[in-house]
Design a protein around this ligand. Structure first.
Ligand code: SAM
Ligand code: SF4
Length: 461
C-alpha cells in the first residue's frame, strides 16, 4: 500500500498557508455546513493563531457541537487486562525495560471481579486495554471479551466492549471481531516517522508502517468500526492534527466511511518516562487543537479521557467531545480493590488526573444540562456505522439517540445513583421529554420509562 502520510506535503501546507481573516471565516463556515476539511483548510485553522481568530474557531466548534451532536455525552470506562509488553515505548510505564513495573495479567476470576465492580458503578460500555505480548494473542483477547460479556451482576451487565491493543494480522483481527467487539482502537502515537523511531526503541512497535496500516488490515478483516489517535507531546502538535485528518481522509477515500473516533491523549507522567520535552503541549494549545479537530472532521466522534484534569475536561467538552470515561482506575485490578488515595505507578501505565467517581461526573454533567448516555442500541441491533447515520439519516438523533440516552440514564438513576442525582436526572428527563414532544409523539418513550421504573431493563429504540 502506498504510504498515505507524506511529511513534506504536511509541512508544505503548514509553512505556506496564510490564515487571512476572510479565508479563516470561510473555512469555519464550511465546517458548519458539515463538510470535512481538506488538509489545506485544516492548516489555515492551525495557522490562525491570533486571539481573535482563535476565539472564532472555538466559537465555531461550539456551534458545530450544538448543531450536530446536541447535549449527549457517552460514558465508558477503561479496563486494563494485562501489562506484559515486549516493546520499549519511552513514554510508557509498561515498557519492557521498566523492571519496577509489577507484571500482572488478570485471571478469569479477577476479570469477573473487575467487571462486577464496574457494573456496580453503572457502566455499560468498556474499553479493554492490553500490552503487546505473545500471551495476549487474538484468541486470548477474544476469551477475555467473552468473559466480560458473560458477567451478570444485579441489574448490571456490559453491553459493548471496545478494544485498545496491539496491531494484528488480518486473521487475528477476524478472531477478535468474532467475539463481538465494538470499536478497535489503535493510536499511531506520532505520524512523524523520525519522531516515531526515536521513542519506539524496541519490539514490534518499531515498525512504523505495520502500525500505520493496522486499521486497514482490521477493515480487511471486517472490523469496520475503528478508532485512531495520536499521543500528543511526541512531535509538533500541528503536524499530528494534520496526520489525523489525513488518516481520516484515507479511510473515507478507501472504505467510504471514516473512523468512528479520534483520541488525542497528552503524555502524562509514567514510571521511567524518558522523553524529550520539546513538544509537550500546553493547555492553551490543547484546547485549540481540540476545537480545530472538531471543525476539521465533523463526522468523527472525539474521545477525551481522565488523563486530563477536570477543569480541562470541562473546557473541551463544549467543543464537541462525544465520549468521556468516568470513575476511571487504571491500576491493574484497581476497580475491585477500591483503594483510596495515591495512585500506584508501578501498576499503571501513566498517571491520570481526573479521579472523580462516575457518579460525581454524572452529577456534574446533569447540572450542566448534558445528557449522559450509556446507549449501545445501534451496535446491538447491527446498525453499524451509527456515527454516520447520526448525521446522514434525517431525524436519526431525535428518533433513536436522544430517547435511548434518556432510557439508559433512567436505568442508571434507578440502579446506581444516590437520591440527589436521581432527582436531578429525572428533572432533566422530564425537560427533554417535553422538548421532544413538541416535535413528535413520545408515548413510546414514556411507556418504556415507566417500565424501567417497574424494573425492566435494556429497553431501546
Ligand atoms: N499496548 C498497546 C499499544 O501500544 O498499542 C495498547 C495501547 S496502550 C496500553 C494505550 C495508549 O496509551 C497508547 O497507545 C498510548 O497512546 C497511550 N499512552 C502510553 N503511555 C502514555 C503516557 N505516559 N501518557 C499518556 N498516554 C500514554
Ligand atoms: Fe507496550 Fe503499548 Fe506501553 Fe508501548 S504503549 S510499552 S506497546 S503497552
Amino acid at each position: 500500500m502506498k504510504p498515505f502520510i507524506d511529511p513534506d506535503e504536511i509541512w508544505n501546507y503548514l509553512k505556506n498557508v496564510k490564515p487571512d481573516k476572510v479565508r479563516v471565516r470561510e473555512v469555519i463556515g464550511s465546517a458548519l455546513d458539515k463538510k470535512r476539511l481538506s488538509l489545506e483548510e485544516t492548516a489555515i485553522l492551525i495557522n490562525a493563531d491570533d486571539p481573535e481568530l482563535t476565539e472564532e474557531i472555538k466559537e465555531g466548534a461550539r456551534q458545530l457541537k450544538e448543531k450536530i451532536y446536541g447535549e449527549r455525552i457517552v460514558l465508558f470506562a477503561p479496563l486494563y487486562v494485562g501489562d506484559l509488553c515486549i516493546n520499549n515505548c519511552s513514554y510508557c510505564g509498561f515498557r519492557k525495560d521498566n523492571k519496577d513495573t509489577k507484571r500482572i495479567t488478570l485471571s478469569r476470576e479477577e476479570l469477573i471481579a473487575e467487571t462486577k465492580a464496574l457494573t456496580e458503578q453503572g457502566h455499560k460500555r468498556l474499553i479493554l486495554v492490553y500490552g503487546e505480548h505473545p500471551r495476549y494473542s487474538p484468541e486470548f483477547i477474544a476469551d477475555t471479551v467473552k468473559i466480560v460479556y458473560g458477567v451478570r451482576h444485579n441489574n448490571g451487565e456490559i453491553r459493548r466492549i471496545n478494544i485498545n491493543a496491539a496491531p494484528f494480522d488480518i486473521q487475528g483481527f477476524r478472531t477478535i471481531k468474532d467475539s463481538g467487539i465494538g470499536t478497535f482502537q489503535i493510536f499511531q502515537e506520532t505520524y512523524h516517522e523520525n519522531a516515531y523511531m526515536n521513542v519506539h526503541r524496541g519490539g514490534i512497535k518499531r515498525n512504523y508502517e505495520w502500525r500505520l496500516t493496522a486499521l486497514d488490515r482490521a477493515q480487511e478483516a471486517g472490523v469496520d468500526d475503528v478508532g485512531i489517535g495520536a499521543l500528543f507531546g511526541l512531535y509538533d502538535w500541528r503536524f499530528e492534527v494534520m496526520g489525523l485528518v489525513r488518516h481520516v481522509n484515507h479511510f473515507e477515500a478507501v472504505y467510504g466511511v471514516g473512523p468512528h473516533t479520534i483520541s488525542f491523549p497528552r503524555i502524562q507522567n509514567a514510571m521511567s518516562l524518558d522523553i524529550d520535552k520539546t513538544f509537550l503541549v500546553d493547555d492553551e494549545s490543547f484546547v485549540r487543537l481540540v476545537a480545530i479537530l472538531r471543525l476539521a472532521v465533523p463526522y468523527t466522534g472525539l474521545i477525551l479521557t481522565a488523563r486530563e484534569p477536570a477543569h480541562i475536561r470541562d473546557q473541551v467538552l463544549r467543543f464537541g467531545v462525544s465520549q468521556i470515561d468516568g470513575g476511571t482506575n487504571i491500576e491493574l485490578g484497581g476497580y475491585s480493590r477500591k483503594k483510596e488515595g495515591e495512585q500506584d505507578l508501578s501498576m499503571e501505565q501513566f498517571r491520570i488526573n481526573d479521579t472523580r467517581s462516575l457518579n460525581e461526573i454524572m452529577d456534574e454533567l446533569l447540572s450542566k444540562g448534558y445528557i449522559p448516555s450509556f446507549c449501545t442500541a445501534c451496535y446491538r441491533l447491527g446498525r453499524t456505522g451509527e456515527h454516520f447515520m447520526e448525521f446522514s439519516v434525517p431525524g436519526f438523533i431525535k428518533r433513536y439517540c436522544s430517547p435511548n440516552a434518556l432510557l439508559t440514564l433512567a436505568e442508571y438513576l434507578e440502579d446506581n445513583a444516590p437520591e440527589s442525582t436521581k432527582h436531578k436526572g429525572y428533572k432533566l428527563i422530564q425537560e427533554k421529554v417535553t422538548e421532544l414532544s413538541e416535535k413528535q409523539n413520545v408515548n413510546g418513550l414514556l411507556k418504556k420509562l415507566e417500565k424501567i421504573k417497574e424494573g425492566k431493563r435494556d429497553l431501546y429504540f
